[in-house]
Design a protein around this ligand. Structure first.
Ligand SMILES: Cc1ncc(COP(=O)(O)O)c(C=O)c1O
Length: 510
């Protein structure tokens, strides 16, 4: 029986005792005091704080215990199965973390001159080169800090491409399928385009005829996720790209699901012009909470001039890595400095350790595990796979609990809460939107068959309980977690995520 730790939930501010401290700094000497006074003169008065900061006062032990308890109330992939579809919550080898702790990786500064950080530049250059190899693109920037940020970079490149031809007034639309990750239409809008949504065909792929009708001279490009969020390798890719290229549109490949195709298929060979990768999902960093991440972007030759500056290049004559600012039509910088180096280092280590055959094996295993689970779970009463159930999926699949809901009134949300009580993190639910009562399952390549079987067994238990009328343990779930069932809508609409917000809420409710 799974039981998560529960602790008295005193916030760190509420544990504060005046005068208690964990670390004492030496008194300032006269020179230091005068330095601070002089520094203050350089700061405009309205920015100077008069009142001391309201920080909690605790001993080192208090702090350690507090955060250790919090970590025990948490659920992570190092503790158990985490089949969160689209998020690739796989086990990340500890060696990748280890390398980031090496002093040579930690004690460098982005302002150092290129000749003092040749090793780091080499790592960035080589990683970019491997991403070029894996995707069939021509050049890669490592700057973007997340997948969505990579999308932003890619779509800004599309914008700049049409702008450079004087066509921006005409090219106003980006095509996005209805199964796309929410960041795709959001990115297109943020970059000033109108999103044209294309419905999925009953086979789960883009409806080619609908797309043909939607494409016009106004089309600036298409954003395509492959494998798509239903876990299906898109059909008719070459035809789609031909249609887009015929109107001088560009084809963008959302490569967030790259872990399904490594060493097997390359977006460049399919005809795509731009691709982003999620280093944090595919290559050994957990994906969570918007960071830390890295979303490099690769482009074909004709788009190289538009890349963010600087890229990292190698001068063969001097045998030297250097920052390349010569991208005449650059979209500018998209991030401070040169990229999220600690994530770059993890991805570099991951690829180096696995090598060409290892990466292929990763993708094969990710796809095998997903197919094993799909074939078993769709046989469980109350569930079915609306798309691709009769053929093969890629690294994930979307199970629907619609029959269960119809027969027993239990929803995908109830199922996911019950999974928590059994010690499993639930899959992504209610996404993609085109599947009713969706449970989007991505087992990943790092899980053993035994773990997959346990999950399948739990789902079968849900079904047995539901159809025998014993639903209370499901509707009351979760009972065994440190936080019980929360009000999801309130949590999303009125989140209280800082002590200041909590104090404000308390004073308002008085
Ligand atoms: C298909 C797809 N596109 C884009 C993203 C966005 O990536 P990020 O969360 O790093 O911004 C994700 C995230 O999982 C994704 O699954």
């Amino acid at each position: 029986m799974y039981k998560q730790t529960t602790w008295e939930k005193l916030l760190i501010f509420e544990q504060s005792t005046p005068g208690r401290m964990g670390y004492q700094l030496d008194e300032l000497n006269e020179k230091e005091k005068s330095f601070i006074e002089k520094a203050k003169l350089r700061i405009s008065p309205e920015m100077l704080r008069e009142e001391p900061l309201n920080l909690p006062e605790l001993s080192e032990l208090d702090v350690i215990r507090h955060f250790t308890r919090l970590s025990q109330m948490n659920y992570g992939v190092d503790g158990g199965f985490y089949p969160l579809g689209s998020c690739t919550m796989k086990y990340n080898p500890k060696i990748c973390d280890l390398v980031t702790t090496y002093p040579k990786a930690q004690n460098i500064h982005p302002y150092q001159s290129a000749d003092t950080v040749q090793g780091s530049l080499q790592i960035m250059y080589e990683l970019a080169h491997w991403l070029v190899e894996l995707s069939g693109m021509s050049k890669v920037t490592l700057q973007p800090a997340a997948g969505a940020h990579g999308e932003y970079t890619g779509i800004m490149i599309i914008r700049q491409y049409h702008g450079s031809k004087g066509n921006l007034g005409l090219k106003q639309e980006i095509i996005v399928p209805d199964s796309a990750h929410g960041t795709n239409p959001a990115t297109a809008s943020m970059c000033g385009f109108k999103t044209v949504v294309i419905p999925s065909h009953e086979d789960g792929c883009i409806d080619l005829e609908a797309m043909r009708t939607a494409v016009s001279e106004k089309t600036a490009g298409i954003m395509l996720t492959n494998p798509n969020t239903l876990g299906i390798f898109e059909q008719n890719i070459e035809e789609m790209i031909k249609i887009i290229h015929e109107v001088d549109g560009l084809a963008y490949y959302d490569g967030a699901n790259f872990n399904a195709i490594m060493g097997k298929a390359r977006p460049g060979d399919m005809g795509f012009d731009i691709v982003h990768y999620n280093l944090h999902k595919t290559f050994a960093t957990p994906h969570g909470g918007g960071g830390p991440g890295s979303g490099p972007v690769g482009v074909i030759k004709k788009l190289e001039p538009f890349l963010p500056i600087p890229t990292i290049d190698f001068n063969v004559e001097n045998d030297e890595y250097f920052f390349q600012y010569n991208h005449p039509k650059t979209i500018g910088k998209v991030r401070s400095y040169f990229g999220n180096f600690s994530i770059v280092l993890r991805a570099y280590t991951y690829i180096l350790r696995l090598g060409r055959e290892g990466l292929k094996a990763v993708s094969e295993m990710a796809v095998l595990n997903a197919n094993y689970m799909m074939s078993k779970t769709q046989l469980i009463r109350g569930f079915f796979v609306p798309y691709c159930g009769s053929s093969f999926c890629m690294h994930e699949f979307v199970l629907s609990a619609k029959p269960l809901t119809k027969d027993t009134n239990l929803s995908a949300l109830d199922v996911s809460k019950y999974l928590l009580d059994r010690g499993v993190h639930p899959p992504t639910i209610y996404f993609p939107l085109i599947v009713p009562e969706a449970l989007m399952i991505e087992p990943t390549e790092t899980e053993a068959k035994k773990t997959l079987d346990q999950f399948i067994e739990i789902l079968a238990d849900v079904s047995n309980l539901a159809y025998s009328g014993q639903t209370q343990s499901i509707t009351d779930a979760p009972q065994n977690t440190s936080v019980r069932r929360i009000d999801d809508v309130k949590a999303a609409r009125k989140p209280i995520i800082s002590y200041r917000m909590l104090e404000q809420q308390k004073s308002e409710s008085k």
